[in-house]
Design a protein around this ligand. Structure first.
Ligand code: PEP
Length: 256
């Protein structure tokens, strides 16, 4: 399996800044066949960046998408409109869940709509600090994994990626802490077991599971050597060119 390095730019960069950043990134990046580099710019930059990128070096992701194809849904962008522009879509990011109140039912529809439109959803799951403190982490992760995949046919499971992102470890969250390798390993195992129980071992083993939460060039090597971690989802550090290229190079060297 490839090692994934996904950069989530969130609500950062103008279209011009995004283009300049990507130009510099492409200049530095060789073609790495065993590392899948993906960036998720703001929607408004996707069209122009899709003309600029070398898809042998990196792929584009959207940060979200709407499950209806067309219609009276002001402000939304559908996966059918994103088809051909992006290869991946982040779905169910904790900021969508907690700032924009998306539930597992909505997220399941988005995951299915992405798959239907030949876009690989990166389904994000993760507990808050208080959910962990109250002993709800395991049930919540299982619910988010099973709930998010509910509308995906069994034979399409190989078209999804899952990212474990504990909300308490996301760098922009107040008082964020780094997750320890043991904490990450436990949840990665839980995600894999949940997939095995629901879909069988063969299918479950084909699903890439990423980790995200304050990943940077200093800690990425450690996270990538945790058994079962197939890559990283990077927020803040993906906005800094040197950091992001260092992370990609380390991922190439560590190679899970
Ligand atoms: C994220 O929000 O997806 C994320 C991983 O952010 P950060 O790396 O900044 O913690």
């Amino acid at each position: 399996m490839k090692t994934y390095v996904v950069g989530n730019w969130k609500l950062n960069f103008t279209v011009g800044e995004a283009s300049i950043y990507l130009h510099k990134l492409l200049k530095r990046l060789p073609v790495y066949r065993d590392v899948e580099v993906v960036v998720a710019p703001p929607f408004i930059a996707l069209q122009s960046l899709s003309l600029q990128i070398d898809r042998h070096k990196l792929k584009l992701a959207s940060q979200d998408g709407y499950y209806k194809d067309f219609g009276a849904y002001t402000g939304e962008t559908s996966f059918s409109q994103l088809r051909g522009l992006v290869n991946y879509a982040i779905v169910g990011h904790s900021e969508r869940r907690y700032v924009f109140h998306e539930d597992d039912k909505t997220i399941a529809k988005k995951v299915a709509a992405a798959v239907r439109n030949k876009i690989t959803p990166i389904l994000c799951v993760g507990e808050t600090e208080s959910e962990r403190a109250f002993g709800e982490m395991k049930d919540l992760i299982r619910d988010q994994v099973i709930g998010g995949l509910r509308e995906v046919a069994d034979d399409n499971l190989d078209k999804v990626v899952i990212a474990y992102e504990p909300v308490w470890a996301i760098s922009s969250v107040k008082g964020a802490k780094s997750a320890s390798p043991e904490e990450v390993a436990e949840v990665i195992r839980l995600i894999r077991e949940t997939l095995v129980d629901a879909y069988g071992r063969n299918a479950a083993e084909k699903v890439p599971v990423l980790f995200g939460g304050s990943v940077n060039s200093a800690n990425v090597g450690g996270y990538l050597t945790i058994p079962g971690v197939n890559g990283v989802l990077v927020g803040g550090a993906s906005l800094i060119l040197q950091e992001f290229t260092d992370i990609i190079e380390i991922a190439k060297r560590v190679r899970v």
